[in-house]
Design a protein around this ligand. Structure first.
Ligand code: BGC
Length: 415
């Protein structure tokens, strides 16, 4: 090999080496492992691939993300965090406080994120005035999903109050149909509970009892009724509910094995991935009594501090997630609505359009609050205090009054 050939080969090898070392790769931690969630991840993965970014998947199964959070902590404290991790609101602040998150302000300013992301989400996406996470969606946890055939066959209408809900459930039970599909996991029970708090107490009560953790509200007569309703629901679930994953409960409604499910709109992702039409075979309504208000939870991709070699891919991912057409495509699969206020809702189904319209109405009335079950109302320690009592009550014969007292006590101790 002569000198010139050697030089060319060396340059080519170097170029190849650089391309490999600097290969645009993102390692992403998330808990999206159900059918609908997997389809939404696929949209993101594909979008990144078209931008030359390779996706390294770090999926940790477990709805609500508890197991994923444990895995993330282990990686981060070992000094080896992923490029990005799915986090719910308050968790972004926690990781920011611990100094783990990188600064996205340059790209945020260049792309004008401040102007298109609702302030309620910016509060979580920013830490110390800097963008550290990108919001991928807006989920609404307080929905009721119903099997249309079961409802039609039995002459039932979507309930709009908890009394109507109980009347529907009693009718189904009398017919030998499981009224409510549920998985007995603390976050699922808390998802139902917060919908009842909002539906029975109204938005001001939700604010006092959940956002402000006001002891008098936690011990109030209204809260006693909330726990009474939880006890009612306990009587409407099947014998095998304990530990069941939320998507298996959704599938019971899809297959006609149960009439209803109280669950966030990620359940709609399952309906779509089963090739059914939300609003047609599976009906959607807000949880009884909650029309006019909007609880939300948003999945953020928090960007961890990474070495310079991983930074370009990370910034590409942040920009890709904020892209309006990506936000549309992703949320069409996920069941949620876009986190940008400038994305058209035209392509969304009836339930998605309702979510977009309801968010506008609730925003105008200042009736938008963060979800407790999904990390947007209280920091982790206080959230856990709520969840512990809710689940203990649901899975024992604890009385409603005793539950309210235990709740007030546990929340006070955690504060
Ligand atoms: C997340 C959703 C997810 C659901 C079930 C929620 O906390 O925000 O994205 O689909 O948990 O896993």
């Amino acid at each position: 090999m002569n000198w010139r050939v050697m030089k060319t080969a060396a340059a080519a090898a170097l170029a190849l080496g650089c391309a490999t070392a600097g290969a645009q790769t993102v390692e992403v931690m998330h808990w999206w492992t159900s059918g609908g969630e997997g389809a939404a991840v696929g949209v993101l993965k594909k979008d990144l691939e078209t931008r030359g970014v390779k996706w390294v998947d770090m999926a940790v199964a477990g709805g609500g993300g508890e197991a994923a959070m444990t895995a993330l902590r282990a990686r981060a404290v070992a000094g080896n965090p992923p490029t990005a991790a799915q986090l719910l609101g308050m968790a972004v602040t926690d990781w920011g406080n611990e100094g783990f998150l990188g600064d996205l302000n340059d790209v945020a300013t260049k792309e004008g994120w401040d102007k298109v992301v609702p302030p309620a989400l910016q509060r979580f996406a920013k830490f110390d005035g800097k963008w550290v996470a990108v919001p991928v969606n807006i989920h609404r946890p307080h929905w009721l999903w119903m099997n249309a055939k079961i409802f039609n066959d039995n002459g039932l209408k979507p309930p709009t109050t908890w009394d109507e809900f109980n009347a529907v459930a009693d009718k189904l039970k009398a017919k030998g149909i499981t009224p409510v599909a549920m998985g007995g996991q603390p976050w699922q029970e808390a998802t139902a509970w917060e919908g009842i708090v909002l539906g029975m107490g109204g938005p001001d009560f939700y604010r006092k009892a959940v956002i402000e953790a006001d002891p008098a509200s936690l011990k109030s007569a209204t809260m006693v009724k909330v726990f009474d309703q939880m006890r009612k629901i306990r009587g409407y679930v099947d014998r095998n509910f304990a530990g069941r994953d939320w998507n298996l409960a959704t599938s019971m409604v899809i297959k006609g094995e149960a009439g209803m499910q109280l669950m966030g709109d990620w359940a709609k992702g399952e309906v779509i991935s089963a090739k059914l039409t939300p609003g047609k075979e599976i009906l959607c309504a807000v949880a009884p009594g909650t029309q006019g208000s909007y609880l939300f939870n948003t999945d953020f991709f928090a960007m961890f501090k990474v070495g310079a070699d991983r930074r370009p891919a990370q910034l590409t991912m942040a920009s890709a997630v904020m892209n309006p057409s990506f936000q549309e495509a992703f949320n069409l699969a996920k069941g949620s609505i876009p986190a940008r206020s400038d994305v058209s809702g035209d392509k969304f189904d009836e339930c998605g359009k309702k979510s977009i319209a309801d968010l506008k109405t609730a925003t105008a009335a200042s009736h938008v609050y963060g979800s407790l079950a999904h990390g947007h109302a209280q920091p982790a320690a206080i959230q856990r205090a709520y969840l512990d009592v809710i689940t203990k009550h649901f899975n024992s014969d604890m009385g409603s009054k005793a539950a309210t007292e235990a709740l007030a006590q546990a929340v006070l101790a955690a504060k």
